[in-house]
Ligand binder design. Structure first.
Ligand code: NAD
Ligand code: DAU
Length: 336
């Protein structure tokens, strides 16, 4: 039985981490979750509010705090490490917090993993592989060479390499997953899909970077959660698994879907400054995860997932209204 009874989820008040906490509480009744989260601008305790207090405990703290990890990690079976600075545009404006949280934070967690012998699962991104040309039939696999483009993705790549080195050198029980672009509830309004939905809801024209031909491989965050749980409990130690759900679409197509679903003219948006070094295309081949561990996504209809996401932001204005103003002020300063 590889089901851990007591897990630490770092970054469990962020978008994907909080969705994972909900997934575990809803689907795995015997598991207790300790959320370790610093509550940066991207963390919101509301995301896990209302979950049963005997199942979920929030510890507010920094993954870089070794003393805190010494107090917290003993007594747990596993760490699932989601905490990160996660937004490419922020990393271009100010890379420093990315080095600290993504690289040093992972180092501290690996040291705690080594000291206390717990199982460790590392959450990473397809961006470590760089980008593909728009007309390239290839997709990323577990053996694609690392070639990150942005300060954000280079710190995620660095953290993956630390996990591999610690695993080989110290014999840690680790796995890594690299997932494509997530969408769904609780995603910060700085990210593409929530930004455009909330722009429309506040009477602002959506903002498309450059020509909008860049391709992202969209997966519903609940499918990411089920994949991570599968790897945590049944993945082979020392292995990397790519997570994706065959959801490639270019940005302009996604934006037009949002506009049409919200009753707007599909051309009612602005082209703004492109992101420096903007990756053209990400695409995941998840054959290893599907064949070896039998995982399949359940949200295979992107239009229906997107409609649900639009409904969620429409019904939860209080959740995003404050963050929206600060976010748009930041974008305005960058001409985006
Ligand atoms: P997010 O920005 O929404 O949430 C990050 C969370 O980590 C926040 O709750 C924040 O408070 C917390 N945090 C930040 N620094 C911390 C620190 N030093 N100590 C403790 N907590 C800290 O991010 P997200 O989009 O949910 O991404 C979560 C993870 O998934 C990241 O590792 C990211 O690289 C990875 N990932 C994201 C995507 C995506 O599409 N968003 C895709 C693949 C992988
Ligand atoms: O691929 C996984 C990655 O997906 C994760 O590792 C990152 O944490 C996550 O933020 C995401 O990175 P992207 O840069 O792909 O996501 P973002 O939502 O920032 O942008 C998606 C695409 O939309 C990208 O091509 C840039 C474009 N974009 C973004 C914004 C915010 C716009 O055209 N307009 C916008 O306003």
């Amino acid at each position: 039985n590889n089901i851990p009874g007591n897990i630490i989820v770092t970054g469990g008040c962020g978008f994907i981490g909080s969705n994972f906490v909900h997934y575990v509480v809803d689907n795995h009744p015997g598991v207790h979750v300790t959320v370790l989260d610093k509550l940066t601008y991207a963390g919101n305790p509301e995301n896990i509010a209302g979950l049963p207090s005997d199942r979920v405990e929030l510890v507010v703290g920094d993954v870089c705090d070794a003393d805190l990890l010494d107090r917290l990690v003993p007594g747990h079976d596993a760490i699932v490490h989601y905490a990160a600075e996660s937004h490419n545009d922020n990393s271009i404006a100010d890379p420093e917090p990315f080095l600290r949280t993504n690289v040093e934070g992972t180092f501290r967690l690996l040291e705690a993993t080594r000291k206390y012998g717990v199982r460790y699962h590392h959450i990473s991104t397809d961006e470590v592989y760089g980008d593909l040309a728009l007309d390239d039939p290839a997709r990323f696999t577990e053996s694609t060479p690392y070639h990150p483009s942005s300060p954000y993705s280079s710190t995620k790549a660095a953290s993956d390499l630390l996990v591999r080195a610690w695993t080989r050198t110290y014999g840690l029980r680790t796995t890594i997953s690299n997932c494509s672009n997530n969408y769904g509830p609780f995603q910060h309004v700085e990210k593409f899909i929530p930004r455009q939905i909330t722009n429309i809801l506040t009477g602002v024209r959506p903002k498309l970077y450059g020509e909008g031909l860049n391709v992202r491989d969209w997966i519903h965050t609940e499918d990411h959660s089920s994949a991570v749980w599968t790897i945590l409990t049944r993945g082979r130690i020392g292995e990397t698994y790519l997570i994706g759900a065959d959801g490639e679409r270019n940005n302009i197509a996604v934006l037009r879907m949002i506009l049409e679903m919200m009753g707007r003219d599909p051309d009612d948006f602005d082209h703004v400054n492109d992101r420096p070094g903007h990756d053209r295309r990400y695409a995941i081949d998840a054959t290893k995860l599907r064949t070896e561990l039998g995982w399949t996504p359940s949200h295979t209809d992107f239009a229906s997932g997107l409609r649900d996401t639009i409904r969620w932001y429409t019904e939860n204005r209080g959740w995003w209204e404050t963050a929206k103003e600060a976010t748009e002020a930041r974008y305005k300063a960058q001409g985006q």
